[in-house]
Design a protein around this ligand. Structure first.
Ligand code: ATP
Ligand code: MG
Length: 303
């Protein structure tokens, strides 16, 4: 990620409003805290299937990245599947690649055999392994079925492979389908992320600015913070987009603080919609933006 043009002007050491899911910038809202605690608890207690859902841009991938850091610290083996538009064969290949399985990764039988060996070896050391699947709402039925079967691997101490499925609310609806009854029954923990509350949105912005080097921010007044909340509808990714654009505008105008007028302009450029806004509601997208005006950065992962 390139450094923002305004960083030196405001004295930031890093971009405060990157849209990448970076745990370094984690804001511990009660629900994010709870979701992360649940994910860690689920893994530690060998619960098997865990599902994390949430609307677009609410922090699911960020939670998975935090869990990944935790697993690294615990030296727990894991595979992270972030591209969920896969055939079953591609799924096994990716999993084998991520677990670094020493086998013919194109052969499902070989992959399953090598995975089983890894799981048993880890279990002997008192460890478990984790499969993280992001964007799980996009998984094909046959891949979901393979994942369900992986959840059957267990010994007396519990499941050998902990499986975390993260996705948009469609994932819940998908798991309600009659053909996934068996998988649904195996889900022992569920967490959901909602948009932030107004005071959380303020805390979120303050935390990000503090992390970037401005502990007591004076850029956004409380009146402006209220407006940012309203217009972003409390969705972290949209808050980032708005704040980043506001900082660019302030920098261009050689101002050290932002105004509601700047916000109006930014919202217009981003074609944002929010409850009570005057824009035509036709063609509103999941971000509350018109579909053909997504900034390229939206939805991008890890950039
Ligand atoms: N608790 C949080 N602390 C800090 N930043 C957060 C938090 N939650 C979300 N974000 C930020 O919001 C943006 C979107 O988060 P993320 O990519 O994790 O959302 P998502 O739920 O995975 O979205 P999508 O449904 O599009 O995959 C990122 O910039 C991320 O850093
Ligand atoms: Mg995501």
């Amino acid at each position: 990620m390139q450094n923002a043009i305004y960083n030196p002007y405001f004295g930031f050491s890093e971009n405060p409003f990157n849209i990448s899911p970076d745990p370094e910038f984690l804001y511990r809202s009660p629900q994010h805290e709870e979701a992360l605690a649940n994910l860690i608890y689920g893994v530690r207690s060998r619960k098997g299937f865990i599902v994390l859902t949430g609307e677009v841009g609410t922090g699911k991938t960020t939670m998975l990245e935090c869990l990944r850091d935790y697993l690294d610290t615990m030296r727990t083996e894991f595979a992270f599947i972030f591209n969920s538009r896969l055939t079953p064969d591609q799924f096994f290949e990716m999993m084998a690649f991520d677990f670094d399985l020493d086998c013919d990764r194109k052969s499902k039988t070989d992959v399953l055999f090598a995975l089983n060996t890894l799981l048993i070896k880890q279990a002997e050391k008192g460890r478990t392994c984790v499969l993280l699947v992001d964007e799980a709402h996009n998984l094909e039925w046959d891949v979901l079925e393979e994942i369900r079967l992986l959840g059957n691997l267990e010994n007396r101490g519990g499941k050998l492979l902990q499986i975390i499925l993260a996705g948009q609310p469609e994932l819940d609806r998908k798991l309600d389908a009659p053909n996934l009854r068996q998988l649904k029954q195996r889900i022992v923990l569920r967490c959901n992320l909602n948009p932030l509350e107004p005071e959380e949105a303020t805390g979120y912005i303050d935390t990000r600015l503090a992390r970037a080097g401005m502990p007591d921010q004076t850029i956004f007044s409380s009146e402006l913070l209220e407006e940012i909340y309203k217009r972003s509808r409390g969705i972290p990714r949209v808050i980032n987009l708005i704040c980043d654009n506001l900082l660019v505008t302030a920098f261009a105008m050689e101002r050290k603080s932002c105004t509601v007028e700047m916000l109006d302009e930014v919202c217009q450029d981003l074609r944002l919609e929010w409850p009570g806004s005057s824009r035509d509601r036709r063609g509103r997208s999941r971000y509350g933006m018109e579909e053909d005006h997504f900034p390229d950065s939206i939805g991008a992962r890890g950039d």
